[in-house]
Design a protein around this ligand. Structure first.
Ligand code: C2G
Length: 146
């Protein structure tokens, strides 16, 4: 059984994430996703819309995903590869050559898959003009064509 591992925040799940997970699964038989905890997100200077539990549940509902584990530090990766007997770590091409993944080549294969153009969580947030709820009520942005 070929075991694949990938890492990410996976906030506001979109087809770029799904395409990455689909192609990662196609490289093996069992896909583990290490999803960033809210605390690790702040280390990455990322504020996700959905909290860790929600992002974990959404990933667990995806047919390509077999196991979801927490990612709470940069330096857990070697331990993850050994603990889960990982054959291949897969990341999107925006991570190509990043030392956090290059160092894993002593322990497993590392594959960077082409990032899906034209979609990202930050683009979705920007285009939706997501505003903070006021008194707990979400503010629906005015339609742009008004
Ligand atoms: N991705 C993609 N295409 C997009 C957007 C994202 O292929 N349009 C990929 C990224 O390259 C990454 C994965 O989807 O491999 C998850 O992306 P993010 O949720 O943005 O995760 P990131 O912030 O890159 O966190 O330790 C590594 C980090 O946790 C990765």
């Amino acid at each position: 059984m070929k075991r694949i591992l990938t890492y990410g925040t996976f906030d506001l799940l979109h087809y770029g994430h799904i395409r990455l997970l689909k192609r990662a699964k196609e490289l093996g038989d069992y896909l583990i996703v290490a999803v960033s905890t809210d605390e690790f997100n702040s280390i990455k200077q990322k504020k996700s819309y959905h909290n860790y539990e929600t992002r974990k549940k959404m990933l667990e509902a995806i047919r390509y995903v077999d196991l979801v584990i927490p990612e709470d530090s940069w330096d857990q990766k070697i331990n993850d590869v050994e603990t889960y007997h990982v054959d291949t770590v897969v990341m999107g091409s925006d991570w190509t050559g990043n030392e956090n993944f290059e160092k894993l080549k002593d322990y497993c294969d590392v594959v960077y898959l082409e990032r899906t153009e034209g979609i990202s969580t930050s683009q979705i947030k920007r285009e939706l003009g997501l505003q903070k709820p006021i008194n707990g009520v979400d503010q629906i942005p005015e339609p742009k064509n008004k």
